[in-house]
Design a protein around this ligand. Sequence first.
Ligand SMILES: *Cc1c(COP(=O)(O)O)cnc(C)c1O
Length: 390
Amino acid sequence: MAIQLAQRATTLTPSLTLAIDAKAKKLKAEGVDVCGFGAGEPDCDTPQHIKDAAAKALAEGFTKYTPSSGIPELRSAIAEKLKADNHLDYKPSQIIVNCGAKHSCYNVILATCQAGDEVIIPAPYWLSYPEMVRLADATPVIVPTSEADGFKLTPEQFRDAMTPATKLVIINSPGNPTGSIYSREEMQALAEVALEEDVLMLSDEIYEKIVYDNAEHVSLAALSPGIYDLTITVNGFSKAYAMTGWRLGYVAAPAPIAAAIDSIQSHSTSNPTSFAQKGALAALKGDQSFVAEMVKAFAERRAYMYDRLTKIPGITCVLPLGAFYMLPNISSFGLTSADFCTKLLEQQKVAAVPGIAFGSDAHMRLSYACSMENIQKGLDRIEAFCASIK
Ligand SMILES: *Cc1c(COP(=O)(O)O)cnc(C)c1O
């Protein structure tokens, strides 16, 4: 029998970042000296006190289903965190713990969007957003941003992209893959358009703790009571606490949206993993010095990478203010980003992600969540590669 897949499965593009990472890992396993810049996760381990809390929960038999929305003490701790860090007033009942912030985003889209709805996504974007929108039978509306605007959606672009079908707008600050951060004024301007247009906003704040040069992270929902009512805030533990494998994230939303997400989750994944939630609780309640140390290490690598990249003839680069990615412009070499990255991997054994995966063929994404040694060696090779194809 010929297997007939559902259309939603066949039109999906497999995650190119995971594919490049897999290819680089395979080469490495074969003994090839690959410099990998594909990582979408911190390169350090989860802090010990977080692991200990999960191990203790496991040892004590905390191994059964929890409420689908998450354990009450974690939802309370998240409410306290959002108040203290982000000036956001959410009741624990408005907070749903999910299986990673990626799952949080997907739940938000499933709860709010359907066939006929449009979702505005500024490009370069995190590659899962458009696919999630398609999975919900809605239509992604990609709005290219410019380097001159620091890869940020302007209020004019926002207004122009609006149609009567627009249901949701996705804002990711600090952003992946751009590293861009919307200033308070820029965020305020977006909030004003959202209020005028009465459109829902998804604010993905997963990189909030990873900021440089004293940049300020601004939570969209904290700007006014009006925008609070239109915003769904997404955050999680993966990036701030190096907990990518734990699969824990959360949404904080207006009550009806939180209830809908709880309902969707109760019928799809049920609760996030019981003992992992105890680890997350320890992450929020425990010593926060880990975060600053990690960001300090990233800051050194960022400075070095930016310095080296911007000295390479043919490459230009916007200085990112957050996250752990750089998005150099490689368009002057006259290759597609996929060709550029394929040749770079084949000829110089450097793994970078083609910008086309993020909706921009003029760029490649380099992650600096890797060792300084890898960055130094990798940049020597990128430099040599660029000189060879000039
Ligand atoms: C890494 C990432 C996430 C979510 O990560 P989880 O591991 O699912 O918590 C969400 N948004 C962006 C932009 C990311 O880069």
